[in-house]
Design a protein around this ligand. Structure first.
Ligand SMILES: Cc1ncc(C[n+]2csc(CCOP(=O)(O)OP(=O)(O)O)c2C)c(N)n1
Ligand SMILES: CC(=O)[C@@H](O)[C@H](O)COP(=O)(O)O
Ligand SMILES: [Mg+2]
Length: 635
């Protein structure tokens, strides 16, 4: 447990303690809080740069607002470590993201200060509006609600749906746009250009700053005049900027841009804004990684760096890379470039995860054929459909969990029209410390129900490459999904010549007589070891890697159900409607009868922890598979 340095933070067990301090002490609180976040995250890895960027905002918000009565919603929530530390979780913050420890994101069940559970982007304004309207209905007129949303999250369509509705309702809420010109990678799109223009517009800012500073020197009258300016600043801005402010077009009063690292100034601004009714947007300019030079300098790497040395900035590499087994994402990234070099119709699309999915390689080498569309999964899918409708072959890479956002677009815009879009669902399966908001465990079920969709999952990196190669062939011009896990595979020698895979074809990995183990995707790797362990107990288990969930390899399954009357299926995915369900459907349709055990994710949300902890909890690791076989054999 890292010890808190300095004597202010160690006395803050809730925002009530913070409020006892004078404004002049807040700067020191920020320093201690920032140092504590650096200390803990350097040894207990998690999201990093984002929390450092909102230290001052976090202190100012809990100083001015009456949390938890006033409600504070953090968009995505990866920047809420300071919020957690100030709201009674300082002493157990070292359990952040650990199995049975604190969640890495705000979570209603964890604290009354966590007004809304987050993890997926762009939800905060909608949730805040719901709370504001509820307060209005309940006549809780003194209750305030604040949504803190980043410039990246603001590119999510849902944010604009909420702005529109909030403006129409004339709801009393404050949206704080935390603009650091970064998502995980640099922010993209027209909104980014617009925000840069506002932030850099000298005319307005110079006037604003000079007048504001001048007024600051006059206490009483200064405050009142400042409040007057704030109340009427949109007219002032229009006059000076002679342009309609995007947010005011949604009937929001726009305030800013304001320095997000001046805690005293921020506190005063928030005190004024708290008393102004109606929809308001405060535009803050912050720096991701603020106060930690390595993170300020390389904001992408320090979004979630892993374990690091806080003195030298050296980041420890994850084990698998040390063992030279590549990450699945890197195999995807390199293979995509290789295929694009030989097929000029190939284009790449990622909704704001170029580094996360390794499409940054294609973006760098072929900038006219690879697109980061912002945090906009629904748009990414239909943008891909448009590309395919004109003969391109889009590789649309979306994390399995984030693809949940775009399910209708997959059906309505791609599958019904049977367009040749290749969905690469990275992070398929349990992802570990990000927990239930990020586990990609529903994609097998949700993709296999879609007509015209080919659903596949490689067991290793060689098969990932060959599935990608197969998917882009003209003969397979239809919707195609390939799901693969976070982290590393098992094949250091993965870079082999492409081999076409027959659609729907699975493979027998090893023969056996007592039981058949059927796996899909990375679960097959655990089955390899389970078969060996069972053999040492004289149990002969056959292992089949089905490779496709749809279409199923009916020839292989006929062999299985002809030979075996005991079958175990394994998937890193929801059992309900998943791979095992597909096998049951096959059995029923063909009239086979066998004892069958389905191993996978049970019908509840799996919390956070290491993937080892979680695979064990779900019984889909080597020991879990072995136990499943022993159970079905009655041993
Ligand atoms: C729907 C969805 N898509 C993608 C992500 C992955 N993601 C997490 S944080 C982030 C960038 C957020 O940028 P911003 O809102 O500006 O916050 P910052 O990190 O700059 O503080 C992304 C793309 C997500 N959490 N949710
Ligand atoms: C907060 C968020 O949604 C992303 O930062 C996500 O945690 C990235 O996941 P990976 O670390 O698997 O890329
Ligand atoms: Mg940002």
């Amino acid at each position: 447990m890292e010890s808190v340095k300095g004597n202010l933070l160690e006395k803050i067990n809730s925002p009530a303690d913070l409020k006892k301090l004078s404004k002049s002490e807040l700067k020191n609180v920020c320093k201690e809080l920032r140092d504590y976040i650096i200390d803990v995250v350097s040894t207990n890895p998690g999201h990093f740069g984002a929390s450092l960027g909102v230290v001052e905002l976090t202190v100012a918000l809990h100083y001015v607002y009456n949390t938890p009565y006033d409600q504070l919603i953090w968009d995505v929530g990866h920047q809420a470590y300071g919020h957690k530390i100030l709201t009674g979780r300082r002493d157990n913050f070292d359990t952040n993201r650990k199995y049975k420890g604190l969640s890495g994101f705000p979570k209603r069940s964890e604290s009354p200060y966590d007004a809304f559970g987050v993890g997926h982007s762009s939800t905060s304004i909608s949730a805040a509006l719901g709370m504001a309207i509820a307060s209005r209905i309940k006549n809780e007129n003194d209750r305030k609600v604040v949504a803190v949303i980043g410039d990246g999250a603001m590119t999510g369509g849902m944010a604009f749906e909420a702005l529109n509705n909030a403006g129409g309702e004339n709801a009393d809420l404050l949206v704080i746009l935390n603009d650091n010109n970064m998502a995980i990678d640099p922010s993209v799109g027209g909104l980014n250009k617009y925000l840069l223009n506002i932030s850099k517009s000298d005319t307005y800012n110079r006037f604003k700053h000079d007048v504001w500073e001048g007024l600051g020197k006059l206490d009483g009258i200064g405050r009142k005049t400042r409040a007057f300016i704030q109340k009427n600043q949109h007219a002032l801005k229009n006059m000076l900027l002679k342009e309609n402010n995007l947010f005011e077009a949604f009937n929001f009063r726009y305030f800013g841009p304001v320095d997000g690292h001046d805690v005293q100034y921020l506190t005063e601004v928030l005190e004024d804004l708290r008393e102004i009714p109606g929809p308001k947007l405060l535009h803050l300019i912050t720096q991701k990684g603020k106060g930690f030079p390595f993170a300020e300098k390389d904001q992408i790497k320090w979004h979630a760096p892993g374990i690091f040395d806080k003195e030298t900035g050296e980041i420890h590499r994850c084990n698998c890379e040390a063992e030279m087994a590549p990450k699945f994402q890197n195999v995807f990234g390199e293979t995509l470039v290789e295929l694009a070099e030989q097929n000029e119709k190939i284009v790449g699309i990622t909704p704001a995860m170029p580094t996360g999915c390794s499409m940054n390689q294609m973006i760098k080498q072929m900038p006219h054929r690879a697109f980061d569309v912002g945090i906009a999964e629904q748009h990414a899918v239909t943008f891909s459909a448009g590309l395919a409708a004109q003969g391109m072959v889009p590789f649309c890479n979306i994390y399995s969990t984030f693809m949940q956002r775009a399910y209708d677009q997959v059906i309505h815009d791609v599958a019904i029209q049977k367009l040749h879009v290749i969905f690469c669902l990275d992070r398929g399966g349990l992802v570990g410390e990000d927990g239930p908001t990020h586990h990609g465990v529903f994609d097998i079920a949700y993709m296999r129900t879609v007509p015209n969709m080919i659903v596949s999952a490689p067991m290793d990196e060689v098969d990932l490459r060959n599935l990608m190669y197969t998917a882009q062939l003209d003969e397979n011009a239809q919707p195609f999904s390939i799901r693969y896990p976070r982290g590393c595979g098992i094949k250091p020698d993965w870079k082999q010549a492409f081999e076409k895979i027959e659609i729907g074809k699975g493979r027998k990995i090893s023969d056996g007589n007592d039981v058949a183990i059927l796996t899909i995707g990375k679960s097959g790797i655990f089955a390899l070891d389970a078969v060996k362990s069972l053999a040492s107990e004289n149990i002969s288990a056959a292992h089949y890697d089905l490779r496709f969930v749809k279409p199923l390899d009916e020839e292989l399954l006929t062999e299985v159900f002809t030979k075996f009357d005991k079958v175990v299926t394994v998937e890193d995915g929801a059992i309900q409607g998943g791979f095992g369900s597909a096998i049951l459907e096959f059995m029923a349709a063909k009239g086979y009868s066998a004892r069958i055990k389905l191993l996978g994710i049970p019908d509840h949300f799996i919390e956070h922890g290491t993937t080892e902890d979680l695979y064990k909890e779900c019984g889909i690791d080597t020991n879990g598979i072995k136990k499943g076989v022993l159970d079905i054999l009655g041993k």
